[in-house]
Ligand binder design. Sequence first.
Ligand SMILES: [Fe+2]
Ligand SMILES: [Fe+2]
Length: 410
Amino acid sequence: MSAMDKMLDGMPMGMRNSVTNTLDNIGLMLSIKNPKVAMSMAPSAMRGMVMKKGKGSDAVKMHSGHAVHFDLNYGTDFPEMWELYRRAVANQWDGERDLDWSTDVDPMNPENCILPEEYAPFEGLAAKGVRFNAQEKQRFQADMAAWTLAQFMHGEQGALYAAAQVTESVQWLDGKFYGATQVMDEGRHLEVFYRYLDSKMNKVYQVNDNLFVILDDLLTDSRWDVKFLGMQIMVEGLALGAFSTMYNYTREPLLKNLLRYVIQDEARHVHYGVLALREQITEHLSPRERREREDWAFELALLMRNRFMSHEIYHEWFGGGARLSLRDWNEVVSEAPGMKAFRQVMFQRLIPNLEYIGLMSDRIKQHYEKAGLATFLGGRNATQLSGEDLIAENDALSAAGAEAHNNEAA
Ligand SMILES: [Fe+2]
Ligand SMILES: [Fe+2]
């Protein structure tokens, strides 16, 4: 036990939680090694973690100083992006027409549950002395599902604006065509996640502070390629990890279908992201700028791995802290089966893309190795994976999971 653990142990629970929180926020900034990266993230960390801008009001203003690149040439300049644009136009779907909103969804129904029991951290909680009865378990699972879906919705709103900003900034006309379809895609994603939450879950959680920091950071950065890297590679990777995990676990047919459509769109978004960034990073950036992007991506990857601990659920269920400390909660959640599955898919998608776009020098590779993420090097990148491939991969995983579940039950 460290000196800090001993000190925390001697404190009343409320104080212990607030110290854990503060150390956590300071730790976020101190863990960033590159001072330029720390400087660029600090204002967003301040707004998200300290001022809690994502909570408590109806709207928040974010100022971005990016330049609009107005094309005067109108010629074909990136055929692969034009291809993606045509494919995106042909594959537009309609959330109203293509999803069966008459499906009766009951978040408390164990038969068709949104997230099943094996997703939730009940074992870890029991090891910490927290035991739920059957009804509490169902309510907890429903809350976890509502929290996760709400974060999807907030992320989609961020994606909508980032896609619009990037469409203005990119220097390829074919990229602008493509970007226009992504703006439409993200608008539709926002529409369907909101509709699902509003009409089926009856509960909408506020944006998680860490997610807010990431969204604020990339929406306010004036450098289009940083915005692009943040949204098209990092956050889309995170989203694919989270959507795929939910797609694999859920037994609720409407949500499964909704996610199937969304995942196919997201595969295209990441594909576009790697095409644009590979050219930008390998052809147009200086070694110093490339190094800074590398560090930024690495920090963001750690942030995404370590910090989505559903604190909103903790405060709702264990608010006073009498039954469970925030520290124990963090430990339980990070080891939960659903969380592990999510991290696995997220990094399996993310790392090969960073490699493909030229942000995996030997220098930064060592950091990924230390963080235990090097196993994903050499995997298939977004140009080698279509939306159909992703769904097929997920369906195979779901089938294997269902079989294991049935064998266990037998
Ligand atoms: Fe999206
Ligand atoms: Fe997207």
